[in-house]
Write a protein that binds this ligand. Sequence first.
Ligand SMILES: NC(=O)c1ccc[n+]([C@@H]2O[C@H](COP(=O)([O-])OP(=O)(O)OC[C@H]3O[C@@H](n4cnc5c(N)ncnc54)[C@H](O)[C@@H]3O)[C@@H](O)[C@H]2O)c1
Length: 369
Amino acid sequence: MNVNGVSVFGPAGAGRVNQREDIRYQFRPIQKPSNAVQVGVIGYGYWGPNIVRNLQGLDNCELVAVCDKNPAALRRASKTYPGVHLTTDFSEVLTSPDIDAVAIVTPVWTHYELAKAALANGKHVFVEKPFTSTSQQAEELIELASRKNLKIMVDHTFLFSGAVRKIRELVDGGALGELYYFDSTRVNLGLFQHDVSVIWDLAPHDLSIMNHIIAERPEAVVATGGSHLNGHADMGFITVYFPRNIIAHINVNWLSPVKVRTTLIGGKDKMLVWNDLEADEKIKVYDKGVEIASGQGLYDLLVSYRTGDVWAPKVEQTEALKVELDYFLDCVMNDRTPSNDGEAGLRVVQLLEAAEESLKGKGRHVVLS
Ligand SMILES: NC(=O)c1ccc[n+]([C@@H]2O[C@H](COP(=O)([O-])OP(=O)(O)OC[C@H]3O[C@@H](n4cnc5c(N)ncnc54)[C@H](O)[C@@H]3O)[C@@H](O)[C@H]2O)c1
């Protein structure tokens, strides 16, 4: 299919719908509120309904259309959003004059083509993580958006969670002292993806959080992992090296019997534990540390351990996706560049590519350019 000179679609059969089942509702003329962004959403599978629900609840948004090539998904949407235009044809969303911005909530391999067509048609783009399948695609989209003065925001949802906002505040304010390490575990049984490895599926969360917290550019990546079921890595262990001796480690796994969402961040002065599964007290700051007391010779070193108070700072409970989408609309309306823009999405894709390259080389040290 060709939308405004941009070829949209990859693998044969993708995007086609059985005409018998095709659901088309007429576009209704829209009364544009002057202070609202008109948004169309493409993809109403697992994550799409969360995007649609939050957009629908925001005052500065007019949810115009929801598109999914699967008519069953649209039937679900029609029950909850009877007034919204529903279509199986993404080109309707990409070319509608009633739409200012498009949210792309489809599998990773479709992001580039859909985002490129949206930008070519003058739409701002909110696109799911990971931004694209390759850094080259990401660079191309960034260039296109810049040329057309359009916004790209990549959905790195966790950056808008109360916990990550609080951690960033603590780190920036020097509460932990000089940073030593970032160590994140994101494991559970499933959800297995058909098109990407666990690294491309889950690690974008940790890598985007890591990039957001550590005010340094990563230098190198080492990754190992295993593939046991469908040919894609289902467990991955990624190490990222930073300047100033900061090290990050990310453990992602679809084969864990238990769900763990824990991040440790260690600094010279204090250490922090973020357990995202805790209802309250998600973050605990430990006044713990280690000091070397004497420097005479190797065997004379005195290591002293410091143990002080534990503190649980207040964490904002607002839904991260709501905060993020509100910010996206604000960036579109007020011509601001989002912090999680295409460049931020590109940095994550570069790390994913490096991790994949290292994994293929059985833990080869991959230096980032
Ligand atoms: N930010 C987060 O926390 C988060 C969480 C889950 C998923 N995601 C991301 O969201 C994206 C979608 O993931 P998912 O789990 O919802 O996938 P999914 O497979 O459940 O849903 C994708 C939907 O897109 C539809 N679709 C695919 N191609 C289409 C096309 N050309 N036109 C119209 N509809 C099309 C499919 O029919 C399907 O309903 C992925 O990029 C994933 O990484 C993000």
